[in-house]
Design a protein around this ligand. Structure first.
Ligand code: DGL
Length: 280
């Protein structure tokens, strides 16, 4: 089952941020790759470290305290070790819970990922928006605030779809996608009062855009999907505008709590330009 062993620990980082200072993208698993894909389009020369807290996956079923502790602890240690010029929390669950706290403690620009309710409210014609996220994300006050601020005159129907996280992870490992997870998520939203009028669905978990084609088939024609990856990439580009980039070594991925990675994982990461996988 496991064949690709991890390479040696990284060398000591440079003591100050320079053109080689990376952008650090952080998620619990492969979801943040949907953000990385957009970052690559805008900033192809940017050195990137992609960090997946695979030992903590899934975040969605954890408590707020557990998530906040993991995210703040890991990002603190990673920032100290790798001196990124910017950190992106490419995870809705972690961002809606811990973004403010992490910003308070780390002296590095932090870009978060929050449910794309604002663009969805601008897009919907029927006034009914579906939102798919993790269990932890959909109960956050952060999401309530976004709803009140941007979609007060719309109907926002939230559904927790943790099985989609597993399905996205499996898909990127090259395994078959669990069709029941996809249709189950669509049917659950459709079954809510008003759900038959949904024309826009917020993919409020960075894993879910990896399943957009499957979700689109399940919802049928007339439903559009919206997520934050492009906006986040634009925000990263804006915050680093005018900075020099110099990739001095191939980009890498960090995974937590593993001594070996599953078959196919390394090859999949290479498709995103992450040439090495290291334990953290
Ligand atoms: N990708 C994460 C998000 O955007 C969460 C997946 C999980 O760990 O449950 O919410």
């Amino acid at each position: 089952m496991t064949s690709e062993t991890l390479s040696a620990p990284p060398p000591a980082p440079a003591p100050h941020a320079g053109p080689a200072a990376p952008v650090l993208l952080f998620d619990s698993g492969v979801g943040g790759l949907t953000v990385l894909e957009e970052v690559r389009k805008l900033l192809p020369g940017a050195p990137v470290i992609y960090a997946a807290d695979t030992a903590g996956l899934p975040y969605g079923s954890k408590t707020e305290a557990q998530i906040a502790a993991r995210v703040a602890g890991l990002l603190g240690r990673m920032t100290e070790r790798f001196h990124p010029r910017l950190v992106c929390i490419a995870c809705n669950t972690a961002s809606t819970i811990a973004l403010g706290m992490v910003r308070d403690v780390l002296e590095v620009p932090i870009v978060g990922t929050v449910p794309a309710i604002k663009p969805a409210a601008a897009m919907t014609q029927t006034g009914v928006i579906g939102l798919l996220g993790t269990e932890a994300t959909i109960r956050q006050a952060y999401v309530d605030r976004l709803e009140h601020e941007f979609a007060a005159d719309k109907l926002l129907l939230r559904h927790a779809a943790p099985a989609l996280v597993d399905a996205a992870e499996a898909k990127l490992r090259g395994e078959p996608v669990d069709c029941a997870a996809i249709t189950g998520a669509a049917e659950a939203l459709r079954a809510m009062p008003g759900g038959e009028r949904i024309d826009t669905v917020v993919l409020a978990c960075t894993h879910f855009p990896l399943l957009e084609a499957e979700l689109s088939r399940a919802f049928g024609p007339g439903v559009r999907f919206v997520h934050g990856a492009q906006g986040i990439a634009r925000q990263i580009a804006r915050l680093t505008e005018g900075q020099e980039w110099a990739r001095q070594a191939p980009d890498r991925a960090l995974v937590t709590g593993r001594t070996a990675v599953p078959d196919g994982y390394g090859a999949m990461l290479k498709r995103y330009g992450l040439e090495r996988v290291e334990g953290f």
